[in-house]
Design a protein around this ligand. Structure first.
Ligand code: HEM
Length: 409
C-alpha cells in the first residue's frame, strides 16, 4: 500500500496466522480436488489402476477438507475477520456473499461426495490414504436416498456444486485483484504472511477447540469405519461330508485351494479355508471317476480390502443365503498333459458347466498329488454384478488353482 493509499484507507489489519494457515491449506486442497476430480471422471486416458487410487485420494482429501472446514469455523468463531478496508457497499455485499457461499460449498461439496459414495450401488469402501487401518464409514441414509436414485441425485449435486467453486474462486480472485491493483487497497496482503500489515490478535482458545473438532471428526469416523469393516467371518463350521463313498482321504493340511482375480490391473490372491471333497478316481477306470467338492463360502478370503468388504455380501458370495458352493465332476477323460474333468459348479443360485484340467501322480506309499486349475467367469455366477458389471475394475475371469494330497482308502 502506498502512503497516499494508507492515508485514504486508514489502518488496515491483516488476518492472523491461524486464519491464514487454514485459508491456504483449504484453498490448496480444493484446487487439488478440482483437478483430481476432473481427471478421474473425465480423462479416459487414465489407466484403471491409477484411476482407482486417484478416486481413493480424492475421497481422502475431500474428507480432510471437511475436517479443516470444521477447524476453520471453530477458528472463525473466536477470531473474527479483520474489518474490510472501505469500499463501495455493492462490492462489500458481493464479497460477503462470495465468502458465505465459500463456507456453504466447503461443507456441501465434501458432504455430497460422501453421500454419493454412501448411496452408490458399487459399495467400494473408502480407505483413507488407501490404508487398511483407516476405513471411513458410509453416511447412514434414509431409505429414500439409499439406492441408485439417491446416488444419482448426490452425484449431480456433487458435480454442480464442485464446479461452482470455479465460479466463486474466479470472483474471489478478481475482487482481490481489483482491490489491490485498481483501488490500491491491501487485499492479497491481508491473507499473506508477508508485508508489514498489523494482524488481528489471536484468540488462542480456538486452537484446542479446532484441534478437538478435527480429532473427533476424523478419529470418530475411523472408529465407526473399523466397526463396520470388522464383520467377523462366520465360524469355521464343520462341513458335512461331501459324499459318503470316497476312494481317497484328502489330507487337508497338505492340500490347497486358491484363486486369483485381477483387480485394478493387479493380480490379487484369495484362498478357500474350509472345504471338503469326496473323490473316486482310478486312472485305470475313468468311467467310474467322480469328485464332489463342497466349499464353505464364509471361509473364502481375499488379500484385498476393497474386494473383501464385498465378498460375503449379496453382490459377492452372499454367504448368509448360500453358505456352500459345490462342484460336482463326473465326466473324466485322459489328455496329453494329464486328465480333464467336466461337471457343474454351483455358486449362489447359479449352476454352470465347468472344465478342470489336472495332473495326477501317485507315489509308492499310495499318496496321490492332484494339481489343476480352472477358469470361471464371475459374471455368469452373478459375482460383483452390482459393483462392476463391465469388468472395469475387477476382471471377469477368476483363476482357480488347487493341489490335493490324498491317500487311498
Ligand atoms: C472440497 C472437496 C471436493 C471437491 C472440490 C470435489 C470435486 C470434484 C470434482 C470436480 C469432480 C468431477 C466431477 C465430474 O467432472 O464429473 C468430483 C467427482 C467425484 N467426487 Fe468429489 N470433490 C470433493 C470432495 C469429495 C468427497 C469428500 C468425496 C467422497 C467421500 C468425493 C467423491 C467424488 C466421487 C465419487 C466423484 C465421481 C463422481 C462420478 O462421476 O460418479 N468428492 N469431485
Amino acid at each position: 500500500m502506498t502512503s497516499s493509499a494508507s492515508a485514504r484507507h486508514g489502518r488496515v489489519e491483516g488476518y492472523n496466522a491461524g486464519a491464514m494457515a487454514l485459508h491456504w491449506a483449504i484453498a490448496a486442497a480444493i484446487l487439488f480436488q478440482l483437478v483430481l476430480g476432473f481427471a478421474m471422471s473425465r480423462l479416459d486416458v487414465m489407466p484403471d489402476a491409477l484411476r482407482f487410487a486417484v478416486f481413493q485420494w480424492h475421497k481422502t482429501v475431500g474428507i480432510s477438507v471437511l475436517a479443516l472446514t470444521l477447524a476453520r469455523i471453530a477458528w472463525r468463531l473466536f477470531n473474527p475477520a479483520p474489518a474490510a478496508p472501505p469500499s463501495a457497499p455493492a462490492e462489500r455485499l458481493l464479497a460477503g456473499l462470495v465468502h458465505v457461499l465459500f463456507y456453504a460449498l466447503m461443507v456441501l461439496v465434501p458432504l455430497s461426495g460422501w453421500l454419493l459414495v454412501s448411496a452408490s450401488p458399487t459399495k467400494i469402501p473408502t480407505l483413507l490414504m488407501l490404508s487398511d487401518s483407516l476405513p471411513w464409514p458410509n453416511l447412514p441414509l434414509p431409505v429414500a436416498l439409499a439406492g441408485p436414485g439417491g446416488a444419482d441425485l448426490a452425484e449431480t449435486t456433487h458435480i454442480w456444486l464442485a464446479y461452482s467453486f470455479v465460479v466463486l474462486i474466479a470472483l474471489h480472485v478478481a475482487g482481490a485483484l481489483k482491490h489491490s491493483l485498481i483501488d490500491d487497497a491491501p487485499s492479497f496482503s491481508r491473507m499473506m504472511p508477508v508485508g508489514r500489515l498489523p494482524r488481528t490478535s489471536t484468540a488462542l482458545v480456538a486452537l484446542p477447540i479446532a484441534a478437538t473438532a478435527v480429532a473427533l471428526f476424523l478419529g470418530g469416523g475411523v472408529l465407526i469405519g473399523r466397526g463396520e469393516a470388522g464383520g467377523a467371518p462366520a465360524d469355521a463350521a464343520k462341513l458335512e461330508q461331501a459324499g459318503a463313498a470316497s476312494g481317497w482321504t484328502i489330507d487337508p493340511a497338505a492340500s490347497k485351494l486358491f484363486y486369483a482375480v485381477t483387480f485394478s490391473g493387479k493380480t490379487i490372491a484369495g484362498a478357500v479355508g474350509n472345504w471338503n471333497a469326496a473323490v473316486v478316481f482310478d486312472p485305470a477306470d475313468l468311467s467310474a471317476a467322480r469328485a464332489d467338492i463342497v466349499v464353505e463360502t464364509a471361509s473364502v478370503s481375499i488379500e484385498d480390502s476393497f474386494i473383501r468388504s464385498n465378498l460375503a455380501g449379496p453382490d459377492g458370495l452372499d454367504t448368509a443365503a448360500f453358505p456352500r458352493a459345490e462342484i460336482h465332476l463326473n465326466a473324466f477323460s485322459k489328455t496329453p498333459e494329464g486328465y480333464l474333468a467336466k461337471g457343474m459348479l454351483r455358486i449362489k443360485a447359479v449352476e454352470a458347466p465347468i472344465e478342470v484340467p489336472f495332473t495326477f501322480a501317485e507315489d509308492a506309499a499310495g499318496i496321490a498329488t492332484v494339481s489343476g486349475r480352472a477358469a470361471i467367469d464371475r459374471l455368469s455366477y452373478k459375482l460383483g454384478i452390482e459393483n462392476d458389471a463391465k469388468g472395469e475394475w475387477l476382471a471377469p475371469a477368476i483363476a482357480i488353482d488347487f493341489t490335493l494330497s490324498a491317500k487311498r482308502t
